[in-house]
Design a protein around this ligand. Structure first.
Ligand code: ZN
Length: 312
């Protein structure tokens, strides 16, 4: 074995330190939006009562603060990359791209889970700049199917050994830092303009529903930059204590206060722009996401129906 120079930087130590540091800045799972937890969430309640219901104008610091604190959705799939076909991974496609796949799979992407050659299809994810509803742009991910059917199969031992993505199991994996470079890929790792080709794997059969499971994606909702106590109701929440309110209409960006690497990327509540007309977005009827003043909500074709559903 090569003798280690004691003055060399030990990359493993840095990696471990980064991992530990990440652990201390973890998100808080929303007990209300994650159905497997199924308890009230004081953060979601606070946002609704003290921000959304107040009807603040656009760019009000309370609204910007709320955008940052509300539960964010990540959507996870079992997949293999086309250049590593024997390695099942958990793929986090975030909210917009994940929802786009779910919508398309209900329409005409019926073959995307088929693991066989000549039957299933590869998908491509690309990190792109998209324009926001209020001007400006944000980084997001576009998904497109490869037109030809895949000419290779996902080996049976690979898709049969895909991960159990039951929500409680996945939450536990995240909590115990069990998502590693070997078993997990977050699309946020893509560089702008970079593309990756993959195949989704069939529904996992090793969860609580066994072979009856037909789900192939899992939803995880997390609040960032909040404490467990604020979510559970043992610590106070106050947007005005956290933002500078001397100039209430300044374009305050709370992301500036969050340490590098921790701020979630700006994502719209759901892929409304790409939703087909008659499919309700995932946020439909959920109080925590409805905002009668929000430009994304206002342009949603379900705006009025959603307002009624929440009011009833
Ligand atoms: Zn919540």
């Amino acid at each position: 074995m090569e003798k280690r120079n004691p003055w060399d930087i030990d990359e493993d130590v840095i990696k471990k330190q980064e991992q530990e540091n990440k652990g201390s800045m973890t998100s808080v799972f929303c007990p209300k939006m994650n159905v497997s937890i199924g308890r009230p969430c004081k953060m979601c309640d606070y946002l609704l009562i003290n921000v959304y219901n107040k009807r603040y104008p656009d760019n009000h610091p309370a609204k910007n603060w709320a955008k940052d604190k509300k539960a964010k959705l990540n959507i996870f799939f079992n997949a293999v990359f086309s250049d590593a076909r024997n390695v099942p991974i958990i793929l986090n496609l975030k909210n917009e791209a994940g929802n786009f796949i779910l919508e398309k799979s209900r329409e005409d992407w019926k073959d995307i889970l088929n693991p066989y050659a000549g039957k299933g299809r590869e998908l491509t994810v690309k990190k792109v700049q998209k324009s926001g509803s209020k001007g400006g742009s944000y980084l997001s991910y576009s998904i497109s199917p490869v037109l030809e059917k895949a000419d290779w199969e996902v080996p049976e031992e690979v898709w049969k050994n895909a991960y159990n993505l039951d929500q409680d199991v996945l939450i536990n994996m995240i909590k115990t830092n069990s998502l590693t470079e070997e078993n997990y890929y977050d699309v946020a790792k893509l560089k702008e303009g970079e593309t990756k080709k993959f195949r989704l794997l069939p529904s996992w059969q090793n969860g609580v529903n066994g072979s009856n499971n037909r789900k192939f994606a899992q939803f995880i909702w997390r609040h960032w930059g909040v404490t467990e106590g604020q979510v559970e109701g043992t610590e106070p929440i106050s947007w005005s204590d956290e933002v500078d309110t001397d100039d209430p209409l300044q374009n305050y960006n709370p992301n500036n206060d969050i340490p590098f690497g921790m701020a979630p990327e700006k994502e719209p509540v759901a892929s409304k722009a790409e939703s087909s007309e008659n499919k309700k977005p995932e946020c439909f009827g959920k109080e925590a996401f409805f905002d009668s003043e929000d430009a994304i909500c206002k342009t949603c074709s379900f705006f009025k129906m959603c307002a009624r559903a929440i009011a009833s």
